[in-house]
Design a protein around this ligand. Sequence first.
Ligand code: NAP
Length: 276
Amino acid sequence: MSSVPVAVVTGSNKGIGFAIVRALCKQFPGDVYLTARDPSRGQEAVAKLKEEGLRALFHQLDIDDLQSIRALRDFLKEKYGGLNVLVNNAGIAFKVQDTTPFPVQAEVTLKTNFFGTRNVCTELLPLMKPYGRVVNVSSMVSSSALRGCSQELQQKFRSDTITEDELVQLMNKFVEDTKKSVHEKEGWPNTAYGVSKIGVTVLSRIQARMINETRKGDHILLNACCPGWVRTDMAGPQATKSPDEGAETPVYLALLPSDADGPHGQFLSNKTVKPW
Ligand code: NAP
């Protein structure tokens, strides 16, 4: 078994994830895994970094596929005996002009952004080594979507006692409410992406609390963040930040030094803790 530290970035064949891998290759003292659902896109991305003189390793990972997540889990367990850095970056967003019916957009978006991210966490968080760092890439849109929720929902999402099961029930309820065309009446904002990212931010707060309760002495730090508005296939060419700039906050959180006791369980943008 290798004692080399290991970092994994989900959805990193392009966009912000790719830039996070690039930065980690330069700054993380260990093996960095670029992962992609499509192995050829992943290998191409690794080759691109190689041309820049950087060494990333590749492992397949489709966060929508539990078997794929478990294969990565088993590989990490066997080769490294755990994991030091996990960046949950993979995500999707329908374009504004997309005509896919809203209930389908809701189901598909939550499937990857919330349920896929949660499944990765369920399988990989138990592998986190002491001083591990976990970064869940959410969005400022989670904050604006939260403000668009009913007072009752806002209270639930801001609660310091909400459980993961309760969050999952709420995320499922959103999808069901869109199918019945009652989501607005039920207090939801009209954004599937926004609700999926509320899920990611609240999940991070819950996971940080669980770490405090079950692994207090292990110094693991877990946070959610927004990368900013970044020029990628998702956000388009008008966005204000380059992918390397978008990677800055996630990389800062991934590389928090071993003597740091925070941030933990926070939502950050521009390396700054934001109120939730
Ligand atoms: P992007 O360029 O579209 O890249 C998304 C990445 O996620 C791609 O590598 C994609 O792989 C991967 N992915 C999607 N579904 C996946 C799955 N099921 N399993 C594994 N990988 C999957 O988007 P981006 O702008 O870099 O976004 C990265 C993250 O930042 C997302 O979570 C996004 O919500 C968040 N974010 C972005 C912005 C922004 O302005 N760009 C702002 C706030 C938050 P494929 O190539 O195979 O599709």
